[in-house]
Design a binder for this molecule. Structure first.
Ligand code: SF4
Length: 224
């Protein structure tokens, strides 16, 4: 597998945008557009809370690292993990850490506002964090957690081969669009209602009229 140069790395956090809507991702990453709405502001507050406290905390058999910078040259992405937990374990299960006794299993935890989603957007972002940590720390990470603010509950996410393959495809598509500086056309879905970029994207204006719309306009038929 070819490795990306650091200057070509894309933002890991963009994976959730890309899975939500490729156009939204391109507007942010390629056209550098951004707009907050209530959802993004609430999400930012939750992330700030996750980052409160010392960057490295020790709780018995557990070490908690906050705001850890991660990257993967294989996927060409970099970003920040909200929380990475290091659980004390046996030598076979874990890695050693600088100036720390024993061995530790690595578990990423990503904080999200709202509730668990049907789409894999959040899961793929967590999988990306796990893959970055595996590459940086030379270890295997079989699972991580998504913490949802609305339910105050952790969802365990297995880092399966299927998710890893999906992630590779997503990253390859992101790099392809970025290299071509191509912003996909509007594809109007229910997600547009919750999109923080809908005023910038203008999905209604850019929507291509269907043949049915065209005939209706030509015949003077009223909209249903
Ligand atoms: S408004 Fe819809 S099409 Fe436009 S960026 Fe948002 S989700 Fe994508």
């Amino acid at each position: 597998m070819t490795e990306y140069k650091e200057e070509d790395f894309l933002m890991l956090s963009g994976i959730q945008h890309f899975v939500f809507c490729k156009r939204q991702w391109a507007l942010i990453e390629i056209e550098e557009q951004w707009a907050d709405n209530l959802r993004t502001i609430e999400g930012n507050i939750l992330h700030q809370r996750a980052h409160e406290g010392p960057t490295l905390e020790s709780r018995g058999q557990l070490l908690i690292s906050r705001e850890m910078r991660v990257f993967s040259a294989k996927l060409g992405i970099s970003g920040i993990c909200d929380v990475v937990e290091f659980h004390r374990c046996t030598q076979q299960e874990g890695i050693s850490l600088f100036q720390k006794e024993g061995f530790y299993r690595v578990v990423p935890v990503e904080y999200k506002k709202g509730e668990p989603k049907i789409s894999d957007a959040d899961r793929l972002q967590l999988v990306a964090q796990a893959v970055c940590l595996e590459e940086m720390l030379c270890t295997d990470i079989p699972y991580g957690y998504l913490y949802y603010g609305a339910t105050r509950h952790r969802e365990k996410v297995e880092i399966t081969q299927e998710f890893r393959q999906k992630l590779e495809n997503v990253c390859a598509q992101m790099h392809d669009l970025f290299q071509r500086r191509h912003t996909p056309m509007v594809k109007r879905t229910k997600a547009c209602n919750a999109c923080s970029l809908k005023e910038i994207c203008l999905p209604k204006l850019l929507k291509r009229p269907s043949v049915h719309d065209y005939i209706r306009r030509q015949t003077g038929e009223e909209e249903p």
